[in-house]
Design a protein around this ligand. Structure first.
Ligand code: GLC
Length: 627
């Protein structure tokens, strides 16, 4: 079959998905047909230019579209400069990633960002150019090739909501070029910005208050949701869409396999609303998704939307967009609930909130994670809190206090981020080890506290690996790196305390991972056991539903993964005490002789209960079904 036929087949298969979404956004424009045609030409050109090995990968993924859902898939997330410290250095670290069984690598601050402050790389001056400090395009291609030969997919950020004020588009717009003016949201005075502000929240109230910035050169106000130097793109202009399609095609043809679509919630603006999660955002993402599926089908899309569950679920597509928007999205609530249950030692809220979570299409995967490069915002819905007898605001205050180490009994060493006096909202920074109490315990030399903190962290890793998603490990957490004590020393970082939990990789600490008596060795080995068990546990493939069981036990979090081979029940003890789960909970799901696939042994049923030690985590299946 000729390549052209393959393209035509894929276009025919996805045309409706592309057309309907583009039509919904740009359909009323006189030039709509021309826009559609230009998009298709761009896709065809990319397809023609696609290198042979990637064409093969396209076919492989056509045959196996659920590749990122597999129980063997594990993600690793790192800053190039912190892990590498450049692209060649990353290439040299691939054995380390192989040791963990990584199949997906998200590298940050990879494309060329503005000099100085750049929001951790999210202020782009060149969407397809590698940051010169990290390497060249050739280095990127070499890395992609090396990763692909090991079965590791490279994930790169595509910053869709904004670019840097130094991006050539922004410079031209600022200088008065009418074509590029229309790439952004420019306002001659404060009338419209003030009207919008009435309903807009602030993302960085501390260091970037307001959503508009005065541009001296043009004498206009520009929409800047994040920092003053990040200019929001005007997606109502189809030229912006066409530019980004071109960027996606270029990066995909270099070998990028996953796009992390950054800050997508903010892409569309509407007066009188918070200008987040607008209908057009889902259409735009559906259209972009269709573009990849047509021209570069090996590529998956991950949406970064840290929003409420009902809005979040729409990034996977609901109704007519079912399964057509993004392939992967962050499960922010799971992350928040892990930290919440750990602090309170009570899983009632977690069980309620996650049991109420909307269902997802079976073609997607949650990105499950404990920590990432960003702060933690306490996304606890007031309704959920009320339903379990808590006050949402009071609980959020408790969590901030706990993780900032201000609450009696807390061992956490987090830092407060973006205190908002109006709402009393305080987000939290800190590495996994710092927030879970490991760092403080080590500083005190408190062996018993170290033991418990390690168990707490392994509980977290078992949870994200056992939830039925794509687990994303943040660099350094596998060996318990503490907060970076020197983060303020770099002037470009000093104003942003998220750098606290973005330490340099500590190679000496990583070397200790093979020493079973070291903390690093215990954490790393514990994680390996989890990852290894997961690989042979088909129930944990992300395509199968995860159901939260309301067992009534306030200290355990219990989930069921139903599968043709038999149900798997995940049980997680969020306390330092021993707990007992009624065996009936397991028997109701067909698990009569509970075999723990994680620990590798049968769990004795005593007096109709199974025993779970401090921070225990078990993946239980029926032993007879296994044999
Ligand atoms: C995303 C990134 C975050 C960045 C923001 C603006 O949320 O994860 O680091 O500050 O987008 O680009």
């Amino acid at each position: 079959m000729r390549d052209r036929d393959l393209f035509t087949l894929r276009l025919a298969h996805r045309f409706d998905q592309l057309y309907e979404a583009l039509q919904a956004v740009y359909g009323t424009r006189a030039d709509f047909d021309a826009v559609l045609q230009r998009v298709i030409v761009r896709l065809a050109e990319a397809h023609v230019a696609r290198p042979e090995p990637l064409r093969l990968l396209d076919i492989e993924r056509d045959l196996s579209p659920g590749w990122f859902q597999k129980e063997s898939m594990l993600g690793y997330v790192a800053y190039v400069e912190r892990f590498g410290p450049d692209l060649t250095g990353v290439t040299e670290q691939l054995d380390y990633l192989d040791e963990l069984g990584v199949g997906y690598l998200h590298l940050m601050k990879l494309m060329h960002a503005r000099a100085g402050e750049n929001d951790g790389g999210y202020a782009i001056v060149d969407y397809t150019g590698v940051d010169p400090a990290l390497g060249t395009t050739e280095d990127l291609v070499a890395l992609c090739d090396a990763l692909r030969s090991r079965g590791i997919a490279l994930c790169v950020d595509l910053v869709l909501n904004h670019c840097a004020q130094e991006h050539p588009w922004a410079l031209a717009a600022s200088a008065g070029d009418a074509r590029y003016r229309d790439y952004f949201h420019f306002f001659p005075d404060r009338t419209l910005p003030d009207a919008y502000e009435a309903t807009l929240p602030e993302v960085f109230p501390d260091f970037a208050p307001g959503n508009f910035t005065f541009d001296e050169t043009s004498g206009h106000w520009v929409w800047t949701t994040f920092n003053r130097y990040q200019w929001d793109l005007n997606w109502s202009n189809p030229e912006v869409f066409l530019e980004i399609v071109q960027v996606m095609m270029t990066l995909a043809n270099l070998g990028v396999e996953v796009f992390r679509l950054d800050a997508v919630a903010f892409m569309w603006k509407r007066m009188g609303t918070d200008s987040q999660n607008q209908e057009e955002v889902y259409d735009l993402l559906q259209a972009l998704r269709a573009c990849s599926a047509i021209a570069t089908p090996a590529v998956a899309h991950k949406a970064e939307a840290i929003v409420s569950p009902d809005d979040l679920i729409r990034y996977f597509g609901v109704g007519k967009r079912h399964g057509k928007v993004a392939n992967i999205a962050y499960h922010n609530s799971l992350m928040v609930q892990y930290w919440s249950s750990l602090a309170s030692g009570d899983t009632t809220l977690m069980t309620h909130a996650l049991a109420e979570f909307p269902r997802t299409p079976d073609s997607i995967a949650w990105g499950t994670y404990i920590r990432c490069h960003d702060d933690i915002g306490w996304a606890i819905a007031d309704d959920d809190a009320t339903a379990v007898g808590l006050n949402g605001q009071a609980h959020r205050v408790f969590l901030s206090d706990w993780y900032a180490g201000l609450f009696p009994g807390s061992d956490a060493l987090g830092g407060v981020f973006q205190y908002n006096p109006d709402t009393n909202d305080r987000r939290i920074n800190g590495s996994f080890a710092a927030l879970a109490g490991l760092q403080a315990a080590r500083e005190r030399g408190d062996e018993a506290a170290i033991d418990l903190a390690i168990e707490r962290m392994l509980l977290g890793n078992a949870l994200i690996c056992g939830f039925g998603g794509l687990p994303l490990l943040y660099m350094g957490d596998e060996i318990g790196l503490p907060n970076d004590a020197h983060w303020q020393e770099d002037p470009a970082h000093a104003g942003d305390s998220r750098w606290m939990h973005r330490p340099m990789m500590d190679r000496a600490a990583a070397q200790r991972r093979h020493d079973p008596s070291s903390v690093e060795g215990r954490l790393f080995d514990g994680l390996l056991q989890i990852v290894t068990a997961r690989r042979t546990t088909p129930q944990l493939n992300a395509r199968y539903d995860t159901d939260v069981l309301r067992t009534g036990h306030p200290r355990l979090f219990t989930i069921a993964h139903r599968h043709p081979l038999g149900t798997l029940i995940g049980v997680y003890n969020f306390t330092a005490g021993t707990q007992w789960l009624r065996a009936g909970v397991l028997a109701d799901e067909g698990v009569h002789r509970p075999l723990d696939r994680l620990g590798g042994s049968l769990l004795p049923v005593v007096d109709d209960h199974v025993e779970l030690g401090p921070y225990a985590r078990c993946w239980l299946v029926d032993a007879s079904a296994e044999s």
